[in-house]
Design a protein around this ligand. Structure first.
Ligand code: BGC
Ligand code: NOJ
Length: 811
């Protein structure tokens, strides 16, 4: 069953039934100020950091689910309803939610009254703007009351839900006309406050939650709304909220717009106060003044749409497959921007308090995004590298607010350093900006420790070869890409986290074939880079290590039909036919295939055929097989999951593209395509009841064939799946791949795809690349013409021109 449809022209997904199997959400904001918003207006806002600067409250794990949000209540002659259906759940006459590029429009109607709310965060603005349009479609005069509602979070999202002995006494607000200010802790060390305004005079307001709701009531029966009268409560402690009460009269056919602004302000310590205890409201007033009229708001909204048009114009696919087009042109790119902004911090599956920016995650997120705003990618690379240690090791995460390494998760994930090479190489291939290598970047953010970014890449490379195990393969450390393959952990205590518990690396023989493949592929990229920039000695040195690694993999990493996954603490094989469970894993096979290890000897073909045979299923490729059926203390968290879920034989969508790309190395376009479609959300729309999460974005995990409910997805939005699928489809399947010197044209497509066109902005020039595949091949190019002239080879050179470069490709 479907719960809506794609409106491709508007780049919107339109939800027509509010009872989606799980809240289907969207993100507002492009920088600093962000909101999450569900299809029933659930969600919250924060500035810069979802943990430390949470502006409004949300209840994860609440009942009913999706509890707390930006609610508007209408009391129309005693009938109380919300345009987004929740929280009152009054049956609506019509309902629609349009999730677009960083905006959401929720529209409901009841008894001849239509209410539409446009939610968005204007560019360069620390505020969410809400335009409410009320339209009387009946033939009678309507006198209604409209109530807004947000619940303030006491800034630190974690202590906000823990430290009630303090929290319930600290809350403070100010009300000034139609603006409600939230200033908890502003009296002491905080130099920031929030506010919620409306552009007309109010008839009343509430700032104390229990006054608004009534004792023991939920959001679905707020006393103030039911009584149609606000009590003008001023919160002192307890739970501060902001609710405006407006009396509105509408003639038949009349419509009215109201503008609400939910904003955040930081003041200099010296300019905090207007007078004793009265906060300095200057900046809030300035922002509110920018959005006084409907014209102001519409202009800001259209600027946001233009911003997205421009971003998405960097890569446009025209093919006969509308699902493919909408993923490549809109939703996959959009999700990449969101993962770039949020890493794994805040979604409806990530609470915003547990995880900051991941070292490996953020490096991977870059690759789906850097063709859009390379400058921000550049800044991100520097931020990430600044959290590295002098020996090349890394904090696993850092906090977006401070940009400093987050010690709660610690370090010792031995794949981490390689991802810095990965991110930087992709950045330079897109932009040609080698100056990034000369940037002076500190270690662990310590002033005085600066070295060039290139030096950081070198220590990243060296961190792998300085940490080799008994087979000459990379030691795994706490874990590699698979956070749950904890081979040095041996945890028998349920009260400790697998991620942070003592890591018994001393004397460990645990080695990773996944890191080995990663090292071969991106170590070679490092060596190529060295050659390219004239560091020949370093290049020779690097190549030697890569060659050694290839030998080690062939000698100790091949299991006969596929690549091993690892050696454990004791030096025993993992991911081998010798194992009872977990005989074969996706990660090592994906990476060794992409790296082409043993390609000529047929190892890649064999490995990928084994993947097909043992790991593939109806819904995608599972991570390992057979699934672990009991806890293996020597393997760690992976075996803690029930069969078929997450890292224990779930379809961990992030790594499926590794196999797709591996298939393109073999030229098997049909297979790459089959794998692509299986997990691609637009193709799963009809399955929404099973799949459960949004049909417009990837989920991290789809339950695998061993699961209780195969095909059911979880953890949508914040996953490396977005960037990797974007890389796989655009660069390896459609095959338009940036290189230092130009654009490589190397499609590997399904044989029945007869033609497609990619319009690609690359280093300032627009290339229109028309690919014809009349003979139905999967890979291989007969001829390329550039502006009518035959090109030798398949690397489009850099051409500086304002004209569109016409490229005709015959396969
Ligand atoms: C999950 C992993 C995740 C890790 C992060 C584990 O419980 O299974 O997917 O990366 O937590 O801390
Ligand atoms: C999610 C984490 O964000 C990512 O870093 C990790 O690689 C995967 N889980 C697999 O464990």
């Amino acid at each position: 069953m479907k719960y809506g449809y794609f409106d491709d022209n508007k780049r919107e997904y339109v939800i027509t039934n509010p009872r989606t199997p799980w809240p289907w959400i969207n993100y507002l904001g492009t920088k600093d100020f962000f909101s999450l918003i569900s299809n029933t207006a659930g969600g919250y806002s924060f500035c810069k950091d979802a943990k430390f600067r949470r502006i409004t409250r949300y209840r994860y794990n609440g009942v009913p689910m999706d509890n707390g949000g930006k609610y508007f209540y209408i009391n129309d002659a005693g009938t109380v309803w919300n345009p987004g259906w929740k929280p009152c759940k009054t049956e609506l006459d019509s309902y629609e939610c349009r999730h677009g590029m960083n905006y959401t429009i929720i529209k409901g109607s009841k008894n001849g009254l239509e209410a539409e709310v446009l939610f968005f965060v204007p560019l360069e603005t620390w505020a969410e703007v809400q335009k409410v349009t009320l339209n009387n479609t009946s033939d009678k005069v309507k006198k209604i009351q409209l109530f807004s509602f947000v619940e303030w979070c006491l800034w630190n999202a974690q202590t906000d839900m823990e430290n009630f002995q303090r929290n319930l006494s600290t809350g403070e607000v100010e009300v000034d006309g139609s603006v409600i200010y939230h200033k908890t802790e502003y009296r002491e060390r905080r130099n920031h406050y929030a506010y919620y305004s409306v552009n007309v005079p109010v008839t009343g307001f509430e700032t104390d939650r229990e006054s608004f709701l009534g004792l023991y009531n939920g959001f679905d029966e707020p006393e103030t709304v039911l009584q149609g009268k606000a009590k003008n409560s001023i919160a002192h402690g307890w739970s501060p909220i902001a609710s405006h009460c407006l009396e509105i009269e509408l003639q038949p056919g009349e419509s009215k717009d109201l503008i609400f602004v939910l904003g955040y302000v930081e003041n200099d310590a010296k300019e905090k106060w207007e007078s004793k205890k009265v906060i300095n409201k200057t900046k809030a007033r300035q922002t509110i003044a920018r959005f006084r009229s409907v014209e102001d708001v519409d202009k800001a909204w259209s600027d946001l749409k233009k911003y997205w048009d421009d971003l998405l114009n960097a890569y446009i696919l025209k093919s006969e497959d509308e699902k493919l087009n909408r993923m490549v042109n809109t939703w996959n790119q959009y999700q990449c921007m969101i993962t770039f902004c949020f890493s794994r911090s805040a979604s409806f599956f990530e609470s915003g308090i547990g995880r900051g920016m991941g070292f490996r995650d953020s490096n991977q997120d870059l690759i789906g995004f850097l063709h859009q705003i390379p400058e921000r990618a550049r800044e991100r690379i520097i931020d990430i590298a600044s959290t590295q240690f002098p020996d090349g090791g890394c904090y696993h995460q850092y906090q977006p607010l401070t940009k400093k390494g987050n010690n709660e998760i610690g370090q010792g994930f031995n794949d981490d350093p390689m991802w810095l090479i990965f991110g930087t190489v992709h950045y330079m291939k897109e932009t040609g900006d080698f100056s990034i290598l000369d940037e002076m970047v500190p270690f662990d953010n310590k002033p005085g420790s600066e070295q060039t970014l290139f030096y950081h890449l070198t220590v990243s490379f060296d961190h792998i070869i300085d940490n080799l195990g008994p087979h000459g393969l990379p030691l795994i450390g706490r874990a590699d890409w698979n956070d749950c393959l904890n081979l040095n952990c041996f945890s028998d205590n349920p009260d400790e986290s697998f991620q942070t518990t003592e890591n018994k690396t001393e004397g460990s023989k645990a080695e990773s074939l996944m890191i080995a493949g990663l090292f071969v592929m991106y170590g070679k990229e490092y060596a190529d880079l060295c050659s390219y920039i004239g560091k020949h000695e370093e290049s020779v040195r690097a190549r030697k290590h890569v060659a050694n690694m290839i030998d080690a993999v062939k000698k100790f990493g091949w299991d006969g039909e596929w690549f091993l996954r690892a050696y454990d603490f004791f030096g025993k094989k993992i991911g081998s036919k010798e194992n009872e469970e977990g005989k074969i894993f996706i990660e090592s096979n994906g990476w060794c295939a992409m790296a082409g290890i043993g390609l000529n000897e047929g190892l890649v073909t064999k490995a990928l055929d084994s993947v097909k045979e043992r790991l593939d299923c109806e819904h995608g490729i599972v991570l390992n097989n057979p699934a672990y059926t009991t806890y293996h203390i020597e393997s760690g968290e992976i075996s803690s999951y029930p069969e078929g879920y997450k890292e224990n034989a779930g379809i961990f969508c992030h790594n499926n593209p590794w196999i797709m790309i591996g298939e393109t190395v073999l030229g098997r376009g049909d297979r790459a395509w089959e794998y692509y479609k299986k997990i691609c959300p637009a193709y799963l729309e009809e399955l929404s009841d099973l799949h459960k999460v949004e049909p417009y974005v990837y989920a991290q995990m789809i339950a695998g064939k061993d699961a209780y409910c195969p095909g059911e997805a979880k953890n949508s939005w914040l996953t490396g799946t977005a960037a990797w699928n974007y890389l796989a489809i655009t660069q390896y399947i459609l095959g338009v791949r940036p290189q230092y010197d130009g654009l490589l044209i190397d499609p590997c497509i399904p044989s029945d795809l007869k033609s497609f066109t990619v319009v690609r902005r690359f280093r300032g020039t627009t290339y229109q690349i028309e690919v014809n595949n009349r003979e139905g091949s999967m890979k291989g190019i007969k001829q390329i013409k550039v502006d009518g002239k035959i090109l030798s080879g398949n690397l489009l050179p850099l051409i500086r021109t304002d004209n569109v470069v016409k490229v005709e490709v015959e396969m």
